[in-house]
Design a protein around this ligand. Structure first.
Ligand code: G4F
Length: 337
């Protein structure tokens, strides 16, 4: 019997939280996994490639910049992928208020370059675009589904709406198998420290280890629908296994405030968040989104995707990982999740 060649996947943003989980998932499925990374990352593996440490020998990294069509074209021509997952972006919403121009440039052009390169070189390649619940922004309904009107409230959200529209247009105009996931917040111990969940769990660990005395946070009443990133990348893969391309909301359907996240995270280390969390008005955003709560019933029905990891389990896993990294035992209250 002749062995089938392994399917080839190309991931932009492979060094990030989602990229690293997706690479592991695809390797487990027998894919040959390639990643697009910035040259500085290849030159500084100790700091920039840490999330890929366990699989470093099993993947192939290609230096390219999403700001250069020529370099993207070259990587796509070299890899000739069967599936392309476009996760790379300036993804920190807060930063998009500080540098609107670079967020729009990187996120919109990067998506456009990759879509165009795939269309020109490997038009049969299946394409995934990482959309975001930030596209709903000032949503006029709760929960949000695939038919909810977009009303982004940051240049980050605007750039994601543009990427979503580009992806849909390549699907409709050129017949590409191009799908978008509208992912709500998804976290894990691999989350970047700039995002509120990891900022909190890393802060808890530092306080538990006597390395810090307070944690400054912005809007504690902001609500999010938080799931686990490890499960969300599986939905990306499922979208590309469908006969027809489409767009899907991926969410848990449950929302919690930043305050609730902090309360639970501190409690898991036997601490009361009110003794440590200091409000900082500088950390409030010029414009906040409304309640973001996703309705993933289409993904459940068509992809058979469902989240399993609950809020408490997620918080506990993150606190424990950060505490372990600093050599402290979280003095957990008995809690389930
Ligand atoms: O953790 P955040 O920075 O995530 P945000 O803005 O919801 O965006 C994340 O999820 C989106 C949906 O998947 C992605 F598209 C996006 O790329 C990113 O991954 O902030 C969450 C909430 C906000 O309402 C913010 O105002 O937490 C509030 N918050 C309160 N104090 C804080 C802080 N956020 C941060 N980053 N830092 C704070 O000190």
């Amino acid at each position: 019997m002749i062995a089938m060649p392994a399917r080839r996947a190309l991931i932009s943003g492979i060094t990030g939280q989602d990229g690293s989980y997706l690479a592991e998932w695809l390797l487990g499925k027998g894919y040959e996994v390639h990643g697009v990374v910035r040259r500085v990352a290849i030159e500084d593996p100790e700091h920039r490639l840490t999330r890929l440490d366990p699989i470093r020998g099993q993947i192939k990294l290609h230096a390219a910049s999403l700001e250069s069509y020529a370099s993207i074209h070259q990587v796509v021509a070299q890899v000739m992928p069967d599936e392309c997952y476009h996760l790379a972006a300036q993804s920190f919403v807060s930063y998009s208020f500080d540098d609107e121009f670079s967020t729009l440039n990187a996120n919109i052009n990067g998506t456009h370059y990759l879509l165009a390169a795939v269309k020109n070189i490997v038009p049969g390649c299946r394409f995934y675009f990482a959309g975001s619940s930030e596209m709903f922004g000032k949503a006029d309904e709760v929960p949000q589904n695939e038919r909810t009107r977009f009303h982004p409230r940051s240049t980050y959200g605007i750039s994601k709406v543009a990427g979503f529209d580009l992806t849909r247009n390549y699907r409709e105009a050129y017949g590409m198998h191009a799908s978008s996931g509208i992912l709500f917040n998804h976290e894990s111990p691999r989350r970047g420290f700039e995002f509120v969940t990891r900022k909190i769990t890393a802060g808890v660990a530092r306080i538990a280890a006597d390395k810090s005395k307070e944690l400054r946070l912005g809007n504690l009443d902001a609500k999010r629908d938080w799931g686990h990133a490890r499960e969300y990348v599986q939905a990306m893969w499922l979208m590309l296994q469908q006969a027809e391309p489409d767009d899907y909301v991926i969410a848990t359907g449950a929302t919690h405030t930043v305050r609730e996240f902090a309360e639970l995270a501190f409690a898991h280390a036997g601490l009361d968040y009110r003794d440590y969390v200091a409000p900082d008005p500088d950390l409030f955003r010029p414009a906040e989104v409304n309640i973001l709560q996703g309705d993933a019933s289409k993904a459940r029905k068509k992809l058979g995707w469902e989240h399993r990891i609950g809020f408490e389990t997620l918080v506990r896993e993150m606190v424990e990982a950060d505490c372990r990294a600093l050599g402290v035992e979280p003095r957990a209250r008995a809690s389930a999740g």
